[in-house]
Write a protein that binds this ligand. Structure first.
Ligand SMILES: Cc1cc2nc3c(=O)[nH]c(=O)nc-3n(C[C@H](O)[C@H](O)[C@H](O)COP(=O)(O)OP(=O)(O)OC[C@H]3O[C@@H](n4cnc5c(N)ncnc54)[C@H](O)[C@@H]3O)c2cc1C
Length: 387
């Protein structure tokens, strides 16, 4: 088994590292967080050095990388800001994968080159007020067929980044069969300024500069050609992108945890008590050692999930395990970081509080760790479905 990256992967990692140091030093990220404003030109700068196209096939303007390249970019971005990584992931990990797998050739030719060059950005509007876990039960937004058009009515919550997106993927119900709830969902990709779409900001505790919104769809008229995948078979398109989405979040968690660890480790070397660095006390050392071990395991699990996807091998349990384990490991890394920094960690002067706030959502979004464990129990352990 060879754990080394290829030369190209090492070069990619190096490019992203240099980009992160130059364009998103931690103090600048803290400013974005404080002002709650996304630096939109950041995505353009990523496009300029080829990052937006890192996983898009060459024939559509990208550099043709796979899940491993996606993981490398996300980990490096997240060491300084998981929020930037989430914005990147909405475009590159969610949008590009959905279009590649379920878009028509015309849609791929229209959107993927623009995505690679930073000319279009996506948001996902799936979760509804009645709950994100039971998507099939809670999706009440409907689309009624009207000639060559559909007319969408309903409301969504937590649609993230719609303010900076050019387009939004909307998951709606086009048919209702009480005996088969997975039938009858359809996905549309609309320009976000389509008449009838209104959104209002949700105030959150973390990822403060990538806003999430409640979105109202009122008589939104969309042409049939904006449909992604097949009519009434949207659930298939949603499920098909889930593995990649789990790997995406696992990689974000690995990077976020690493960033928190690095700050805590440095603090343990710099801060003194009783005439010596606090990093000399075993109680502090063990916290940092636990974090390092757990982040290493999270990374191995995430890399294996990415490798399985790139090799086109079955990896759904591995992807769910990586998301579950990496998010819990990152959460513990930030919690231990807060303990090591103590009072300093609680002030806005240090970055630890941001890691601590930002990691919270990754425990339950885009899928809760309880649902990840349900899936691992059902598919991995072969136990009966629990819900
Ligand atoms: C910051 C943020 C950004 C987001 N971005 C987006 C986005 O861009 N687009 C989008 O569509 N959505 C987005 N979401 C929504 C996100 O995917 C949901 O929050 C998530 O799916 C959980 O849904 P919920 O919050 O409604 O919790 P609920 O579904 O109400 O769940 C509540 C609790 O019940 C538990 N539970 C429910 N059913 C079971 C069961 N069968 N077994 C065990 N436990 C169960 C859950 O695990 C959880 O602990 C975002 C959310 C947040 C907070």
């Amino acid at each position: 088994m060879d754990f080394r990256f290829t030369d190209d992967q090492r070069a990619l990692q190096d490019v992203v590292r240099r980009f992160v140091e130059k364009e998103m030093p931690k103090d600048r990220v803290a400013e974005w967080d404080k002002n709650e404003e996304f630096p939109k030109d950041l995505l353009d700068k990523m496009a300029d050095i080829g990052l937006m196209g890192a996983t898009i096939p060459e024939e559509y303007g990208g550099t043709g990388g796979g899940a491993m390249e996606e993981v490398i970019v996300l980990e490096e971005l997240s060491r300084h800001s998981s929020t930037v990584a989430l914005a990147y992931g909405l475009d590159v990990c969610f949008g590009a994968v959905t279009l590649e797998r379920h878009g028509t050739e015309e849609q791929r030719r229209e959107f993927l080159p623009k995505l690679a060059s930073g000319q279009c950005h996506f948001a996902l509007s799936m979760t509804e007020p009645d709950g994100g876990t039971d998507i099939l039960g809670s999706t009440k937004t409907v689309a009624r067929e009207d000639g060559d058009y559909f007319v969408i009515n309903g409301s969504k919550v937590y649609t993230t980044g719609i303010n900076i997106a050019s387009h939004v993927f909307v998951v709606v119900r086009t048919e209702k069969d009480p005996n088969k709830p997975s039938h009858g969902l359809t996905v549309f990709l609309l320009p976000k300024d389509t008449p009838g779409i209104k959104y209002s900001k949700i105030v959150k505790m973390g990822s403060k500069f990538l806003h999430s919104y409640e979105v109202a769809y009122q008589d939104v008229r969309v042409h049939k050609s904006t449909m992604i995948g097949k009519h009434n078979k949207g659930w298939h398109a949603v499920l098909d992108t889930l593995n990649n989405e789990r790997i995406f979040i696992a990689a974000v968690c690995c990077g976020l945890g690493r960033g928190a660890f690095e700050d805590a480790n440095q603090y343990a070397l710099d801060r003194t008590a009783f005439g010596r660095p606090i990093g000399q006390f075993q109680a502090v050392q063990h916290q940092l050692a636990d974090t390092l071990v757990e982040l290493d395991l999270a990374q191995l699990s995430t890399y294996k999930a990415a490798w399985l996807q790139d090799e086109k091998l079955e990896g759904s349990v591995q992807a769910a395990s990586a998301k579950y384990y990496a998010s819990e490991a990152a959460f513990r890394a930030t919690d231990r970081g807060m303990r090591v920094l103590a009072g300093s960690g609680f002030t806005m002067e240090y970055h630890m509080q941001r890691y601590y706030r930002d990691v919270r959502q990754l425990i339950f979004a885009p899928v809760t760790n309880e649902m990840s464990k349900n899936f691992i129990a059902q598919v991995g352990c072969g136990l009966p479905k629990s819900y």
